[in-house]
Ligand binder design. Structure first.
Ligand code: ATP
Length: 292
């Protein structure tokens, strides 16, 4: 039997850091949004007892370092599954981009193997397991428009931000999320988002106000090393974006647009300079079985 899934990327409408735990984890408040940029994962039975992973991207490890591999190993160990499994990942989401590309693959493997191996886990149980793999994994399982608090694990689903056109643009390098958080100075984080206010805009469906109020405290850290971040933001605004910020720890920058025409024009322009530029729409599902 074979199972195919779409595992979708995210952007952050906001990231705020509100404290730090004794164990070093940052306490965050962020608004996450699934977008319709996805990797395709195929899961299938394999001879033997092991895990075999193939990935279309040569810069992603295809051994036990791959977070999708780790997700399969976790379920195998917990449930004593003796069967072999092969995982194939067709990468479309840019790697090391701040769009949860790895985390959503892990989410897809958890959801897919729960079905393939008839484990009977609920979505809540899958999310709990996902947290062992990474802070963004629980969000990636369901996706949509979500407020994440705690270390990113306390999730509250909010009103969907539906059918909004977004352009994402990744410059040609990657950053390490852990290093960005390490360099963040809690007493000097630059512009912080007003999360309550942004939630109000989402509730009212006021996309223009949402776009204008977006902020990410990690942006100043990444921007201080790579000035291209503000360069891309300027280009987005010049192309009539309603607002533009960096997503996650970067380096990807995205802009929200009023309509398809504006977004499409911006995409064409930015693509001339940064090849990894995509025109996407907001989505309300993270992992989805790909029946077609
Ligand atoms: P996040 O937004 O969750 O911080 P990201 O989008 O910035 O994640 P990823 O694309 O998940 O970053 O990749 C981060 C690192 O993880 C890369 O160095 C990559 O080699 C490694 N990695 C391990 N497994 C995967 C996977 N399945 N897909 C992509 N990267 C993976």
């Amino acid at each position: 039997m074979e199972i195919k899934l779409k595992t979708r990327a995210k952007v952050n409408f906001s990231i705020d850091v509100v404290g730090k735990r004794d164990d070093g984890y940052h306490l965050v408040e962020m608004i996450m949004q699934t977008i319709d940029l996805y990797d395709l994962i195929t899961l299938g039975d394999a001879p033997g007892k092991g895990i075999t992973l193939t990935c279309s991207s040569s810069i992603v490890p295809s051994d036990a370092r791959n977070i999708a591999y780790k997700a399969a190993a976790l379920l195998k160990d917990m449930f004593g599954v003796e069967k072999g499994i092969k995982i194939d990942i067709e990468k479309r989401i840019p790697v090391g981009a701040g769009m949860a590309g790895g985390s959503c693959n892990a989410a897809g493997v958890l959801v897919g193997l729960n079905k393939l191996w008839n484990l009977g886990l609920t979505t809540e149980e899958l999310k709990q397991l996902g947290l062992k793999l990474g802070a963004d994994v629980p969000f990636c399982i369901e996706g949509g428009t979500v407020l994440a608090q705690g270390i990113g694990d306390k999730l509250t689903t909010i009103k969907d931000v539906k059918d909004v056109w977004i352009v994402v643009c990744k410059p040609n390098f990657s950053v390490s999320t852990a290093e960005v958080y390490k360099s963040l100075k809690l007493d000097n984080m630059g512009t912080r988002p007003d999360t309550e206010r942004l939630l109000g805009y989402i509730e009212k469906g006021d996309i223009k106000a949402l776009a204008g109020g977006m902020a990410n405290v990690l942006e100043s850290v990444t921007q201080s090393r790579y000035s291209v971040i503000s360069h891309i933001k300027d280009k987005m605004m010049h192309q009539r974006a309603l607002g533009s910020i960096m997503t996650g720890s970067g380096p990807t920058v995205f802009g929200i647009f009023k309509n398809f025409e504006d977004a499409h024009k911006a995409e064409s322009r930015l693509k001339q300079m940064w090849e990894q530029t995509y025109l996407v729409k907001t989505e309300n599902r993270g992992v989805e079985f790909n029946e077609g």
